[in-house]
Design a protein around this ligand. Structure first.
Ligand code: PHE
Length: 314
């Protein structure tokens, strides 16, 4: 039996041998049963054989189980180097990235984000902004008119009016969003984006405007920028300016329009211009993104070409 146990090469064989030895009618079982009439020496010999056989079975069982386990490990090996299905990762559009950056800066300066509808009524887009029907400044913007007299908003300045109507003064808000004009060439699209800021309180003046613009643009472009203002005209600001920044190549880049909010605009929003005054500014969001990230084709922003996004996105 000892030899048989040692030579068993499967757990099944071993189990059969075990039954043969220790089963109900097993050889060892029988010997143990019939020990009563045997001498002490004979009993001792049987007990020793019993112990030895059990030990042998145990060792063989461990050995065979280990062999089974090893065989299993060898065949069920998981190949972690196997290629997974490729995953495509999305990117953040440069405009969205710019929006985030500008929002963080303006919120840091105490401005609160406002939104307004892209389909505006005449009042918010023009009349309340001191641009009544007959006003020649309406020609400054080629407007998309809807049949009911509403317009696609031509400027985010409309959101200023909504904010002032709702909150009155003092107020410090910004708006950022899509605007529409009937123009299209390599640098203009019929839909573009603007960023608008408004700060009305009791002692606000032009130097606050210049300081805020310079801080905003310097933080955005991550360098200390020179800011220049030039006289301009907008019906809703007086005085009105356009502002430029000095770019790395020494050239002045036109950024946007601004000025002290016209008393008529404040009155239209039930704010007393003798008590409150302040500034407003507006500029092109697309242009900011293009300048900061060195993009040169405005049309790519809306083409939805995934390859462009992969190269320029974040
Ligand atoms: N709304 C003006 C434009 O679209 C920009 C502007 C905003 C000017 C606020 C002055 C104050 O050109």
């Amino acid at each position: 039996m000892k030899d048989k146990i040692k030579k068993a090469n499967s757990l099944e064989d071993l189990q059969a041998l075990y039954t043969e030895t220790f089963g109900k009618n097993g050889t060892m079982t029988q010997k143990l049963k019939n020990m009563a009439n045997l001498s002490n020496n004979e009993r001792a010999a049987i007990n020793a054989e019993n112990a030895e056989l059990r030990q042998l079975f145990k060792e063989k069982q461990n050995e065979l189980e280990l062999a089974v386990l090893n065989a299993k490990l060898a065949t069920e090996k998981i190949d972690v180097t196997l290629d997974n299905e490729p995953k495509t990762r999305g990117t953040i559009h440069p405009l969205t990235q710019t929006l985030k950056e500008i929002s963080v800066i303006l919120e840091g300066l105490g401005y609160t984000l406002w939104t307004g509808p892209e389909i505006e009524d005449d009042w918010h887009n023009f009349t309340a902004l001191n641009t009544p029907d007959y006003h020649p400044a309406r020609d400054m913007q080629d407007t998309f008119f809807l049949e009911n007299g509403n317009v696609m908003r031509t400027q985010t300045s409309a959101v200023q009016i909504r904010a002032m109507e709702k909150l009155g003064a003092p107020i410090k808000m910004f708006a950022i969003g899509a605007t529409y004009r009937r123009e299209m060439d390599t640098t203009h699209l019929p839909s573009f984006h603007q960023i608008e800021g408004l700060y009305i309180d009791k002692n606000i003046n032009m130097s606050d405007l210049v300081g805020n613009l310079r801080t905003l643009l310097s933080k955005f472009f991550e360098r200390d920028l020179e800011l220049r203002i030039r006289p301009s005209y907008f019906p809703f600001t007086e005085p009105s300016v356009e502002f430029d920044i000095k770019w790395d190549n020494g050239k002045w880049l036109e950024m946007g329009g601004a000025g002290m909010v016209h008393p008529n605009v404040l009155r239209n929003c039930n704010i007393d211009p003798n008590e409150y005054q302040g500034f407003a500014f507006g500029f092109g969001w697309d242009r900011l993104a293009m300048l900061k990230y060195g993009l040169n084709d405005l049309r790519a922003f809306t083409d939805g070409d995934i390859r462009w996004l992969k190269n320029t996105g974040f």
